[in-house]
Design a protein around this ligand. Structure first.
Ligand SMILES: [Zn+2]
Length: 178
């Protein structure tokens, strides 16, 4: 029954009030994370958080608090843009990746077309020019097949290592902001 053995949640400790078993904040602001409540309170205000939590069904409250904590933390770190700053950096990265992906797709398509043409049509100087081979000597088919596969392999390795790097960057940026 009595609450003497319960240590107050971070919110009640911050607000210097008694934490009861019905405390609205206790499930989401454990005593070992004082900064979480301090930031949320500084940015949104305890009474606004109370109203918001009251209006939400219980199963959505944890997500709401985590979102508030993320937004408040971002606002503390970047008072002008807050989490919008992080979102726009990530959106720029996504746009950049999409552009690179489109270029890679176009290049793969170009290689497919070139390979298809080289299979059925006798090699002419026009084909060689279009393929960028420039009419250099040597066996055209062999040279093209080798460079086609090599180029595709190279492109695919480049794309996957770039995707890997950027995924890691995005992950560590998010982790740093949480
Ligand atoms: Zn409490």
């Amino acid at each position: 029954m009595g609450s003497s053995a319960i240590s107050p949640c971070a919110a009640c400790k911050f607000l210097r009030r008694k934490c009861t078993s019905e405390c609205l904040f206790a499930p989401y602001f454990p005593p070992d994370q004082p900064q979480k409540f301090a930031n949320v309170h500084k940015i949104f205000g305890a009474s606004n958080i109370t109203k918001l939590l009251h209006d939400l069904p219980v199963h959505q409250r944890e997500d709401a608090v985590n979102s508030l904590a993320y937004e408040a933390d971002a606002r503390v770190k970047d008072p002008v843009y807050g989490c919008v700053g992080a979102i726009s950096v990530l959106q720029q990265q996504v746009a950049h990746l999409q552009a690179e992906l489109a270029i890679a797709h176009a290049e793969i398509q170009r290689l497919h077309n070139a390979a298809a043409n080289s299979g059925s049509i006798p090699v002419s100087s026009k084909d060689l020019l279009e393929l960028g081979a420039g009419g250099a000597g040597g066996s055209y088919d062999t040279a093209f097949t080798v460079s086609d596969d090599a180029l595709r392999q190279q492109l695919s390795e480049q794309m996957s290592s770039q995707m890997h790097n950027i995924t890691q960057q995005m992950g560590s940026q998010l982790a740093a902001q949480l």
